[in-house]
Design a protein. Structure first.
Length: 247
């Protein structure tokens, strides 16, 4: 029997089918509807489903799903395999919690820094014993570009350049790219360096839509050997949580 795992983010809804720990299928939608859900239920023998959402309002397809399979709403109480020391666990983003669970489930013998590059960039650290104390949230790659354009009268809206490698810009476009992309690079390496001071052997687990771009930024750094790319980390964390939930 399969598990249906759904992560509703700010921009996209990510959906996966798991058979135990084996990822069988993934898809991503800006808009999800009952047709999408019915097609998945018709294609796979779904026994349980779990939903994690950053949005408060429920959609029609969620109501439909609850009538067809055992549906679990992911919450802070389902912090499977980790000890959550966050002072306000009810305010912790469920995607951050699921990512930490996923990293610890995949690499249980090591300390893991989870860096999720989406609308925002989040940094979360879980040690080898499964202790999670919190992390950091900063503006994401596209948010930084848009902010420079929105809050100024003269700076254009431009896009990230995977090939930009200069330390500085020699025109307005490359100066913006240098500020945003090198700024993120130095932010990444700075956070990683601070976590390395804890003295544990460390994985750097990259997830989210900008994970490949972040991997490129770290490619020539001293941290490159420790990087693990897990684009479906949140989904894997949710699946780990649902497998041990018998409610």
């Amino acid at each position: 029997m399969a598990n249906l795992v759904i992560d509703i983010g700010n921009t996209y809804t990510k959906i996966a089918i798991f058979n135990h720990n084996q990822l069988q299928h993934t898809e991503q939608h800006q808009f999800t509807d009952t047709t999408t859900i019915n097609k998945l239920l018709d294609s796979y023998a779904v026994e349980k489903a779990v939903i994690s959402s950053v949005k408060k309002e429920k959609q029609e397809w969620q109501t439909l799903l609850a009538t067809k399979v055992k549906l679990i709403e992911f919450s802070a109480a389902m912090a499977t395999g980790i000890k959550n020391h966050y002072l306000t666990p009810h305010t912790l983003g469920l995607d951050r919690l699921a990512a930490v669970i996923g990293a610890h489930n995949l690499y249980p013998a090591k300390s893991n820094v989870v860096i999720d590059g989406g609308t925002c960039i989040t940094y979360d650290w879980v040690d080898a014993a499964g202790n999670y104390f919190g992390g950091s949230i900063s503006p994401g790659l596209n948010m930084r570009y848009k902010a420079l354009n929105y809050y100024t009268s003269g700076l254009p809206l431009i896009s990230a350049d995977d090939d930009f490698k200069a330390g500085y810009g020699n025109n307005t476009t490359t100066a913006i790219q240098s500020g945003v992309q090198n700024g993120i690079k130095y932010e990444l390496t700075g956070f990683i360096e601070s976590y390395k001071k804890n003295g544990e052997e460390l994985n750097i687990v990259l997830s989210g839509g900008d994970s490949i771009f972040f991997d490129t930024l770290l490619k020539n750094s001293i941290f490159a050997p420790y990087v693990k790319i897990e684009p479906h980390l949140v989904l894997k964390g949710l699946n780990a949580a649902i497998q041990t939930n018998n409610d």
